[in-house]
Design a protein around this ligand. Structure first.
Ligand SMILES: [Fe+2]
Length: 292
């Protein structure tokens, strides 16, 4: 079910989130989520969690509609990048280079030198980017692209009784997923389900819910625990309308090189989340940009 591991992709690097309310979205991610602003250019503001080591993991870009501009994965070496570029070109799915011209800035020096930045005493203080959940018109095609062209490994999957692939989870690392792909019920391409940042503990997720309550942030569902991947989650909407998840990912790691994907059936999916919380209906209807 998985091609030979190649490890050319190191990890999920950053996500460009589109927002019709740039100022409010920036305020939300800086003041409420406690992220660090690392730069601005044109219509974009760049942010990172305090333990994201790169210049930014989130790029907010002003746009008429919410949604995702692009997401980026980091190659594990210049040679790995060349190999993946060649594979992309061979697949016919490449679109050419996009040279973002935003450089690295000096960090906020932490007390411990093995940490990317000082922890901000502000809001939820998200630690790092964890994963992105894409909506796809064709889950299988998107999943196979991530496996065969980028070298991702599938760890879990939802297959309904009619054989249709409803969702798949892909990792480039030892954590259980970096990219999730869910079926877009509208059949549209290129929409976003959510992006997710990690905090250290379940207690941090509960505290995040209290902070969101104080700031009148709309909380869609949680805190609770997913059955699939076992992530402890809280889902909110940021001011631009995009769904955003604050999570304590499960501590398990995928170490087996011959890992066989865990497959969830239609009946198992209907049981809802790990502790019986029903999956909220808006999970199947809200994506960005909205469909007219
Ligand atoms: Fe998620």
């Amino acid at each position: 079910m998985n091609p030979e591991p190649i490890f050319d992709v190191a990890h999920l690097a950053h996500v460009e989130l589109l927002t019709p309310k740039l100022e409010e979205s920036v305020q939300f991610f800086v003041d409420v989520m406690g992220m660090i602003e690392s730069g601005q250019k044109g219509d974009s503001v760049y942010l990172r969690g305090w333990d994201d080591y790169e210049h930014h993991s989130l790029q907010l870009t002003a746009s008429a509609k919410p949604g995702i501009g692009h997401y980026a994965v980091r190659a594990s070496s210049p040679q790995a990048l060349q190999r993946r570029v060649a594979a992309l070109e061979k697949s016919g799915l490449g679109k050419g280079w996009n040279d973002e011209n935003v450089g690295h800035g000096p960090g906020l020096r932490p007390a411990l030198k093995n940490q990317a930045s000082r922890t901000p005493n502000r809001g939820i203080a998200l630690r790092r980017i964890d994963h992105i959940n894409l909506l796809a018109a064709d889950v299988r095609a998107t999943r196979v692209f991530l496996q065969e062209v980028l070298g991702g490994k599938m760890t879990e999957q939802i297959i309904f009784d009619d054989g249709s692939e409803k969702a798949s989870w892909i990792t480039f690392t030892n954590k259980t997923y970096d990219v999730a792909i869910s079926e877009d019920w509208t059949g549209s391409k290129g929409r976003l389900h959510h992006i997710t940042y990690a905090v250290d503990s379940r207690e941090d997720v509960l505290r995040a819910a209290d902070i969101c309550l104080e700031h009148k942030v709309f909380m869609e569902t949680g805190p609770s625990k997913h059955a699939i991947q076992q992530t402890f989650f809280l889902y909110v909407y940021e001011p631009g309308g995009n769904r955003f998840e604050i999570a304590c990912p499960g501590a398990r790691l995928v170490l087996a090189p011959d890992w066989q994907p865990v497959i969830w059936s239609e009946a198992e999916r209907k049981k809802g989340q790990a502790w019986g919380l029903p999956t909220i209906p808006s999970f199947h209807t809200h994506g960005t940009p909205p469909v007219d």
